[in-house]
Design a protein around this ligand. Structure first.
Ligand SMILES: O=C(O)C(=O)C[C@H](O)C(=O)CO
Length: 270
């Protein structure tokens, strides 16, 4: 399992390309038939991915958690990126199509996936139980943002958040850029009270030049389809693609208020 220990912001500007990628880029999540895990020490976010080809798969807690079941102390989001997947949680079945999300309650004993799909997993420590619930792509709250002139026309869909699917800690959504738009999250922001992870999808062979770091000392990380970038509370998270794409954004920390962010003035970005 890839482990990403926390980094002090003063150490960020001195990292070279490989150092930045080692510390913040998550790669290798989507193996066929088995879950690839990554464990960010920032807010203890656990990320997983699997390429399902029809064989059922039961999710196990990675040994690093020292837990009997994945959800013993954690809540989980199961995100269907493409295809369709059937998720059985303690005997209850939930059908997901592309960009549907299943929130799985802390305390759930067994989680089993069956289907032909790429599935992304995000699990955060939880101090309370909330009901297992499905958020459907076409039913959750979606905000249409951006302008054609700024190449950032996009729909930001919110699934798990203060006014949506209830959770103890997790906040999660999916942003989709319109054809011809390439910029996400500009003007950008930081979340001093949360860690955020962007998982890029729908990029094909393209790339996103993702900007990270303190607002006055940003660096770029070139990201491919199926890779993710961890943004600690002091880091901006924004990027420009070689084509339109989607990304799953997931956060954990002090609260679940989507609007709790510090917007960075474009003129102060360095
Ligand atoms: O394109 C955007 O703007 C976003 O998707 C922003 C994310 O929702 C985000 O960063 C939430 O904190």
């Amino acid at each position: 399992m890839q482990t990403l220990p926390a980094t002090h912001p003063d150490d960020f500007p001195v990292l070279d390309t490989d150092g930045l990628r080692d510390r913040f880029l998550v790669d290798g999540l989507f193996a066929t038939g088995e879950v690839g895990w990554a464990y960010a020490h920032d807010d203890r976010l656990l990320l997983g991915g699997v390429d399902l080809t029809g064989e059922p798969l039961t999710l196990e807690a990675p040994p690093e958690l020292a837990a009997e079941h994945l959800c013993d102390r954690r809540e989980l989001a199961v995100v269907c990126l493409d295809g369709s997947v059937s998720v059985e949680t303690d005997g209850q079945t939930h059908e997901l199509d592309a960009f549907d999300v299943l929130y799985v309650s802390r305390g759930t004993g067994s989680v089993r996936l069956t289907g032909t799909a790429r599935v992304y997993l995000v699990a955060a420590p939880a101090h309370a139980d909330h009901p297992t619930a499905v958020g459907r792509r076409d039913e959750v709250f979606g905000a249409d943002l951006g302008e054609q002139e700024q190449a950032n026309v996009r729909t930001v869909r919110r699934y798990v958040h203060a006014d949506g699917i209830a959770s103890a800690n997790l906040v999660l959504g999916i942003t989709t850029l319109a054809p011809g738009s390439v910029w996400n999250t500009m003007p950008c922001h930081t979340h001093p009270r949360r860690t955020e992870v962007y998982l890029y999808t729908g990029l094909g062979d393209g790339r996103v030049v993702h900007l990270a770091g303190p607002p006055t000392q940003t660096r770029s990380v070139v990201v491919a389809d199926g890779q993710a970038v961890v943004s600690p509370g002091w880091s901006v998270h924004t990027g420009v693609g070689t084509r339109a794409y989607s990304f799953v954004w997931a956060m954990a920390g002090e609260n679940q208020d989507y609007a709790d962010m510090d917007v960075v003035d474009l003129g102060s970005l360095r």
